[in-house]
Design a binder for this molecule. Structure first.
Ligand SMILES: NC(=O)c1ccc[n+]([C@@H]2O[C@H](COP(=O)([O-])OP(=O)(O)OC[C@H]3O[C@@H](n4cnc5c(N)ncnc54)[C@H](O)[C@@H]3O)[C@@H](O)[C@H]2O)c1
Length: 257
């Protein structure tokens, strides 16, 4: 008799909150969880985007709630927690995918721009964690969305890069403190086509050509290709994974020539 106790690896029935979940990568993650049988609250500042995404979640048979938030305002995140608990009975999984970017150089980046980016991208992740943990029970999982910019030098992105480096350090710090009840990990996407950068990465542009040539898989990612990594880190398949950063970049970061 071979002894083997199988832990289900799906996310069926899990109760998920995706902050920054009504556009781009976060919206794909929200719809991906719903398609896999989870209930999902997807939130951002935009009422219209929340409505559109909530309808798409319901179309996949999942429960949801319609609630906006601004990650620079902790009270609004407490409101998301309360709405999620009312709608789903609790929170098992939290994904922080909100984004802010600045293209000022190291020499030029000013106080306001630095603060704007780090307030959303770094302090926002800390506020999401602090607001959601009180609703999370044993077995919960947090997935923070980082970026290759946390570890690769990229020109004219100092505030964004510093914020994402902070997200990865905060991910490890909170993984240590919230263990063993809650696992905390990050996904670091490479170059992903989303509405905001569709022009920058359009086929035929110099940037797109350079990325495609340097990427072992030969192309940028569709936003759907980040979903599986987030679901994996939130699922029973990752029950012994915490404090990790999972890079999803088609091999870009680790390739030489
Ligand atoms: N697109 C890429 O190539 C790429 C690569 C690496 C990492 N990322 C990261 O992935 C995440 C999602 O990026 P995206 O490309 O899907 O961008 P996006 O702009 O499509 O999505 C960002 C989401 O965050 C929300 N948001 C912004 N400010 C907010 C605030 N103050 N409060 C609440 N919500 C707020 C937006 O409304 C939107 O729903 C970001 O963290 C980004 O840094 C993106």
């Amino acid at each position: 008799m071979v002894e083997y106790e199988h832990t289900p690896i799906g996310v069926d029935g899990r109760r998920v909150v995706v902050v920054g979940g009504t556009s781009g990568i976060g919206q794909a993650i929200a719809l991906g969880f719903a398609a896999e049988g989870a209930d999902v609250v997807a939130t951002s500042r935009s009422e219209a985007a929340v409505e559109e995404t909530a309808t798409a979640i319901e179309e996949r048979g999942a429960d949801t709630a319609r609630v906006t938030c601004d990650v620079t305002d902790r009270a609004t995140l407490d409101g998301v927690r309360e709405a999620a608990v009312d709608a789903m009975g609790g929170v098992d999984v939290v994904v922080a995918s909100q984004g802010a970017i600045s293209r000022q150089s190291v020499a030029d980046v000013d106080e306001d721009e630095w603060d704007r980016v780090t307030d959303v991208a770094l302090d926002g992740v800390r506020r999401v964690t602090q607001a959601m943990v009180p609703a999370m029970a044993d077995g919960g999982a947090i997935v923070n969305v980082s970026s290759l910019a946390a570890r690769l030098s990229m020109a004219n992105l100092p505030a964004y890069s510093a914020a994402k480096g902070g997200v990865e350090a905060f991910t490890r710090a909170s993984a240590k403190e919230l263990a063993p009840e809650i696992r905390v990990n990050a996904v670091a996407p490479g170059f992903v086509i989303t509405p905001q950068n569709a022009d920058t990465y359009a086929v035929g542009t110099e940037k797109r050509t350079r990325i495609d040539e340097r990427t072992p898989l030969g192309r940028v990612a569709d936003r759907e290709e980040i979903v599986g990594a987030a679901i994996f880190l939130a699922s029973g398949a990752a029950s012994y994974v915490t404090g990790e950063v999972l890079t999803v970049d088609g091999g870009f970061a680790d390739s030489a020539f």
